[in-house]
Design a binder for this molecule. Structure first.
Ligand SMILES: Cc1cc2nc3c(=O)[nH]c(=O)nc-3n(C[C@H](O)[C@H](O)[C@H](O)COP(=O)(O)OP(=O)(O)OC[C@H]3O[C@@H](n4cnc5c(N)ncnc54)[C@H](O)[C@@H]3O)c2cc1C
Ligand SMILES: *[C@@H]1O[C@H](CO)[C@@H](O)[C@H](O)[C@H]1NC(C)=O
Ligand SMILES: *[C@@H]1O[C@H](CO)[C@@H](O)[C@H](O)[C@H]1NC(C)=O
Ligand SMILES: *[C@@H]1O[C@H](CO)[C@@H](O)[C@H](O)[C@H]1NC(C)=O
Ligand SMILES: *[C@@H]1O[C@H](CO)[C@@H](O)[C@H](O)[C@H]1NC(C)=O
Ligand SMILES: *[C@@H]1O[C@H](CO)[C@@H](O)[C@H](O)[C@H]1NC(C)=O
Ligand SMILES: *[C@@H]1O[C@H](CO)[C@@H](O)[C@H](O)[C@H]1NC(C)=O
Ligand SMILES: *[C@@H]1O[C@H](CO)[C@@H](O)[C@H](O)[C@H]1NC(C)=O
Ligand SMILES: *[C@@H]1O[C@H](CO)[C@@H](O)[C@H](O)[C@H]1NC(C)=O
Length: 580
């Protein structure tokens, strides 16, 4: 192949995937989502009272609040804005636009872990489901059993969610080739289209409908009782109000209210109404929930004291058990044009890695559409080890990407996420400002079992690329080993080479690690909360969201996060209504 084509192929390695075939559409998703109960927090009274206060209108918080409002008054407090009318949220073609928008008004807030991997968290009603890649897949039956959840209620809750947000994806040639390649590589049997988590290869669900519109956890508020729910946007909770038990007395700590600030900085207070069963539920996500507990005085004593926070309850496990499943990708340049696709097929291996794929090409260099799951614009940069992913490196890679023409983007990524992971880290406060990111360390691949799984996953990806089914999408004369070298060692970002990079798959895994944004933990079940998600040692306070997970559910977590919000809402109502 000619030198020019060769260089284009190398340059391709900083490419993004784009999803620009579909035209944005201004209409709201089906159903009535112009909720009259959704208000700007500036309009909230200084003081108000509710049966339930849910902190964080995210993937778990929305279904939870909607469910509780069926029988009780509920306040849902979300620091971000509305997802409706914002094409960066509602349109599949805009995937990555929010993730690359670093302004404080963006629905996504970038953070960088101490490991150096660039990551992102939601800041919008609907949470992560408004900015994610849309793949929808349930947890395994084993996961459900281990969590101690009741199987029938879990299934009912998944179905309640799926009626509103889940769709069968349209399968194009690339995803079909990946599916068949997985089967030819031994990731069997083929389980067809299913939301269920079963070993083998399957087509999963998506929250993007066939017209490319996103359906999010905020859409689940359609189930809410409009006369019982208040949703406040741009409402940042600064503190959960706790009674500090007087020394020597056995009185337990009780949560009774919250302090939040609106977009003008004005302070508001919301309290629980009298009634022993009223509760506050924290659903602020894997970063937000442990952060807010700490800011409220629940956390490791010495750490809180170092930040001059009055300790209400010394809880050493708050912020512990933080994990992020590493994602490693191989770019496959294609000799033919490639259709645009986002995760539809997944290979669920029996060794603990999940293999997925995204494809596309950039027709117009430098167009506003050159965003994708692997674009430096959204913070993905696997060409250099995590610690070298500086803003300068990102800017350089972005600049290079924008200077390329369309052919350089012809191809796609096959990537893996490892199950678990086993490695864990921790979260710490940087300051007392809830708008700012806490510091978080994930310790990717610290446990050798994680590295082992990654290596097996990359080996399986090699087989997929080498499979007969995949032949139309690859250059026959480019061995997989060379692709790995390119992905790991490409000089395009003009940073120093790593002589040892990709000499082993272990090193490849470490050096090219990215995030698939499935980070979880910080308020783990059995450590910070009990199996009913009640904060240990505090009455009337629960945490219900991804921060409670011991490991990430299913191949991708959002289905189970939404399910959990509904499941716990139903459970809380049942228990309460039975008693009253
Ligand atoms: C880019 C990206 C791609 C992903 N792709 C997929 C995918 O394809 N499939 C999949 O299944 N999963 C995917 N995920 C993961 C999934 O979306 C998340 O695991 C899930 O959304 C987490 O839900 P949560 O309820 O725990 O937190 P969130 O949904 O983040 O909800 C927390 C909410 O709390 C709010 N909040 C935080 N602090 C405060 C405060 N102090 N006061 C008020 N509000 C506050 C936040 O603004 C946020 O809305 C992806 C995630 C990202 C970021
Ligand atoms: C909320 O309302 C206030 C007062 O009307 C306004 O200044 C502010 O811009 C609004 N915030 C948003 C994000 O809409
Ligand atoms: C709870 O709400 C549901 C739905 O609105 C209603 O059918 C049920 O009767 C209510 N239960 C009680 C005890 O109020
Ligand atoms: C959408 O994202 C783009 C790119 O980050 C940004 O320029 C634009 O302002 C965003 N639109 C909205 C409505 O936020
Ligand atoms: C829940 O659904 C799954 C998948 O369809 C099924 O295998 C399981 O038996 C169901 N569990 C219960 C308790 O109905
Ligand atoms: C805590 O308070 C002390 C005494 O007022 C002050 O010197 C110190 O800077 C404060 N630390 C933080 C992290 O705010
Ligand atoms: C399915 O895969 C998991 C790992 O993902 C493994 O632990 C389990 O043993 C496998 N089950 C079967 C029946 O192969
Ligand atoms: C990959 O890189 C290694 C280390 O630099 C080198 O030894 C090997 O020959 C390369 N393989 C290919 C196929 O380019
Ligand atoms: C390469 O790896 C070897 C063995 O792990 C190590 O001793 C050596 O320092 C590494 N070289 C570089 C340049 O990183």
């Amino acid at each position: 192949m000619g030198v020019i084509v060769w260089w284009r192929l190398i340059l391709v390695l900083v490419s993004g995937i784009l999803f620009s075939l579909l035209q944005p559409c201004a209409s709201l998703p089906k159903g009535r989502n112009d909720y009259s109960f959704m208000k700007n927090a500036t309009s909230a009274p200084k003081v108000s009272y509710y049966d339930y206060i849910v902190i964080g209108g995210g993937t778990a918080g929305c279904p939870l609040a909607a469910t509780l409002s069926q029988n009780y008054s509920v306040l849902l407090l979300e620091r971000g804005g509305s997802p409706y009318g914002n094409p960066n949220v509602t349109e599949a073609v805009a995937f990555g636009a929010a993730l690359s928008d670093l302004r404080p008004t963006s629905p996504a807030q970038r953070f960088i872990s101490e490991d150096g991997v660039i990551n992102s968290r939601a800041r919008v009603l609907g949470g992560g489901s408004c900015i994610n890649a849309g793949f929808y897949s349930r947890a395994s039956l084993h996961y459900v059993t281990e969590a101690g959840w009741e199987g029938k209620a879990v299934n009912d809750s998944y179905e309640w969610v799926e009626k509103v947000v889940a769709f069968q994806p349209v399968m194009g040639p690339w995803q079909s080739a990946v599916r068949d390649g997985l089967l030819q590589s031994g990731v069997v049997p083929y389980n067809g289209f299913t939301y269920n988590h079963i070993n083998g290869t399957k087509v999963g669900g998506t929250i993007f409908d066939p017209n490319g519109h996103r359906h999010t956890a905020a859409d689940l508020l359609r189930y809410a009782n409009p006369s019982q729910i208040t949703v406040l946007l741009h409402a940042t909770v600064h503190k959960i109000l706790l009674t500090n038990p007087s020394k020597g007395k056995s009185k337990a700590t009780v949560a009774h209210g919250v302090i939040f600030r609106d977009s003008t900085g004005a302070k508001h207070k919301a309290y629980l109404k009298n009634g022993p069963k009223n509760e506050i539920i924290v659903s602020a996500g894997a970063l937000g929930s442990p952060q807010l507990l700490m800011l409220s005085g629940i956390g490791p004593e010495a750490h809180l004291k170092a930040h001059n926070i009055t300790v209400v309850l010394d809880q050493p496990f708050v912020g512990k058990g933080m994990s992020d499943n590493p994602m490693n990708a191989v770019f496959v340049p294609s000799p033919t044009r490639v259709d645009i696709s986002l995760l539809s097929v997944v290979g669920i291996t029996s060794f603990g890695a999940f293999i997925e794929s995204a494809s596309g090409e950039n027709f117009a260099a430098g167009s506003p559409n050159d965003y994708g799951m692997f674009s430096p614009k959204i913070g993905q940069l696997s060409k250099v080890p995590p610690k070298q992913r500086t803003p300068e490196a990102l800017a350089k890679a972005t600049e290079l990407m924008e200077s390329l023409d369309g052919v350089a983007f012809q191809g796609g990524f096959i990537f893996e996420k490892i199950m678990g992971p086993v490695s864990t880290g921790y979260l710490k406060l940087r300051n007392r400002n809830p708008n700012e990111n806490p510091s978080v360390t994930f310790n990717y691949f610290q446990d050798p079992r994680d590295l082992e799984r990654c290596v097996q996953g990359i080996s399986t990806i090699e087989k997929v690329i080498d499979s007969k089914a995949f032949a139309p999408f690859r250059y026959p004369n480019m061995p997989v080993k060379m692709l790995l070298n390119l992905t790991a060692k490409s000089p395009v970002n003009l940073l120093p080479h790593h002589t040892n990079t990709s000499t082993s798959l272990e090193q490849f895994c470490r050096d090219t690690v990215m995030t698939i944004w499935h980070y979880h933990g910080g308020c783990q079940v059995g450590k910070v909360v009990d199996r009913d998600y009640k904060v240990r040692g505090v009455n009337r306070l629960r945490v219900i969201d991804g921060s409670t997970f011991l490991s990430s559910p299913g191949t991708n977590p959002q289905a189970t996060v939404m399910m959990l919000g509904r499941y716990m809402g139903v459970k809380m109502l049942r228990e309460r209504l039975a008693n009253e």
